[in-house]
Design a protein around this ligand. Structure first.
Ligand code: M6P
Ligand code: ZN
Length: 189
């Protein structure tokens, strides 16, 4: 069996980058067509088409049964009443879990199963979120500064976006009078 070498990397806590690497994913607003409730607000903002989030990878060891490691940086912002958020996904390998560790900023993570179990956890510096297999996950920046978190997941997990794109999550996180509020997603079926 091939022997892989240990890897050392350095995280920049200020901006979430790892070893000053370029992002592996940059998602603009236009990449989340159909994900937000307020289509008019979405279209109006599309003129600017801001970056919603970036994902920075740690150089992987390349092991077959290995782990992927990276950071996500979600910008602050609002589309209609909904905060900037990730697409959210299940894993193609359903049983694959994932761990998120919040480095800075404030947010929420929605964790849901296909058959209606729904958990929402607050994210703030130091919170650790263990997402078991079979639970979809989406992160949302509810604060005024970037939400930065560290993630580790099995290299063979893959991403399954289809179900979330079609159905959304059962819960929406919206800006209320006194801060973020959780409401039922009216489009969820
Ligand atoms: C985290 C991990 C990645 C994921 C990224 C962005 O860093 O869960 O696997 O790609 O967030 O989320 P999404 O893929 O849902 O857009
Ligand atoms: Zn995942």
């Amino acid at each position: 069996m091939e022997l892989f070498q240990p890897v050392l990397a350095k995280l920049n806590f200020e901006d979430g980058t790892i070893d000053n690497c370029e992002p592996i994913i940059i998602r603009h607003l236009g990449d989340l067509q159909g994900y937000f409730q307020d289509e008019a607000a979405f279209q109006a903002m599309l003129i600017e088409n801001p970056v919603l989030y970036r994902v920075y990878p740690m150089k992987a060891s390349g092991e077959e049964a290995g782990l992927l490691v990276g950071t996500s940086v979600i910008e602050p912002g609002i589309v209609g009443k909904e905060y900037f958020m990730t697409k959210g996904h299940f894993h193609l390998l359903e049983k694959a879990p994932e761990v998120y560790f919040t480095l800075s900023g404030e947010g929420m993570i929605l964790i849901e199963t296909a058959n209606g179990n729904a958990v929402a956890q607050k994210m703030k510096k130091g919170t650790i979120h263990y997402i078991p297999g079979k639970w979809a996950h989406r992160t949302i920046n509810t604060g005024a500064v970037p939400l930065i978190f560290f993630a580790v997941w099995p290299a063979n997990a893959g991403h399954n976006y289809g179900a979330i794109k079609d159905k959304g999550f059962a819960t929406l996180v919206v800006k209320g009078k006194d801060g973020p509020e959780l409401i039922k997603n009216p489009s969820y079926h």
